[in-house]
Design a protein around this ligand. Structure first.
Ligand code: ZN
Length: 280
């Protein structure tokens, strides 16, 4: 992906400094324009215009993969995250050819998760999207084509936020109330439009930089060494190495007593449109 190449150029120093940083609680709004784990704000943004055509997300074939085996339903019992330890795994930039395998894996472990999808992939993988809704996962918008929204006009921001929403509704989710800004890049202009559209801004507190390392062991180790009660973990279901890291992550977290839940379960029903959330 183009932004991956850009970040690769930043070098190891920037990467290690930005890997995991302490996060404010949800009650302490992050400084304006600051992304939680700073992949973007402390470094120059791309100088070329935002892409106007779909960006290929992986080198995988454009056709969906084989149909996954029959899913095991996730635990239908609601979880009260004010009473028990919870973590929310969130998967960005998909769906992809690897998503059905991930869904099966999550279901086999009775784990729920949230998917922040992009419009150029929801149109390619409608079956994966429908399965997410059917099997109890949660879906939010991650825009149509993954631009830095801060650089766009209000009308283009609005169109980007709405990008995948029709596909999510068509898949059967009754409403879309969650939004993740690409690169964590948001500002007052983006926040105002998110609020208008009824979307809470979901950032994160643990980022293993899975898109940069492409190594399952490192991704799992980084998550497991930084995660805690109430964490929101950012990973991407467009990378096979990330999907392959999940069994170890899920099993270890469950052994530690964590419940793996959706963002709405973690944060509760009182999410405020426009507000930024980094963790429970
Ligand atoms: Zn993304």
């Amino acid at each position: 992906m183009r932004f991956n190449r850009i970040w690769t150029l930043l070098g190891a120093g920037a990467m290690s400094a930005a890997l995991i940083t302490p996060q404010p609680s949800a009650a302490e709004p992050y400084p304006a324009d600051a992304a939680p784990t700073t992949p973007v704000p402390t470094t120059p943004l791309p100088t070329t215009p935002a892409p106007t055509t779909p960006v290929p997300t992986t080198s995988a074939p454009a056709t969906p993969g084989p149909v996954a085996s029959e899913p095991v339903p996730v635990d239908p019992k609601p979880v009260d995250c004010s009473a028990v330890k919870c973590v929310a795994l969130t998967f960005d930039d998909g769906p992809s050819t690897y998503t059905p395998k991930l869904l099966t894996m999550l279901e086999q472990h009775h784990a729920r998760a949230t998917f922040f999808v992009v419009g150029y992939n929801t149109s390619r993988f409608p079956k994966a999207l429908s399965r997410m809704v059917r099997d109890g996962f949660e879906i939010g918008t991650h825009t149509q084509s993954h631009p830095d929204l801060r650089r766009l006009s209000p009308s283009r921001i609005r169109a980007q936020l709405r990008g995948p929403i029709d596909d999510i509704l068509a898949a059967g989710q009754p409403a879309v109330t969650l939004f993740r800004p690409p690169y964590g890049a948001t500002n007052a202009k983006v926040t105002k439009i998110a609020k208008e559209l009824g979307l809470a801004q979901i950032l994160w507190s643990v980022d293993p930089w899975d898109w940069a390392v492409h190594n399952s062991r490192i991704v799992a180790d980084r998550i497991l060494s930084h995660v805690g009660r109430g964490s929101i973990v950012l990973v991407h279901d467009i990378h096979p190495t990330t999907v392959a890291a999940m069994p170890k992550v899920i099993k270890t977290l469950q052994k530690r007593g964590y419940h793996l839940v959706t963002v709405s379960e973690l944060l509760g029903p009182e999410l405020k449109a426009g507000r930024k959330y980094f963790r429970q």
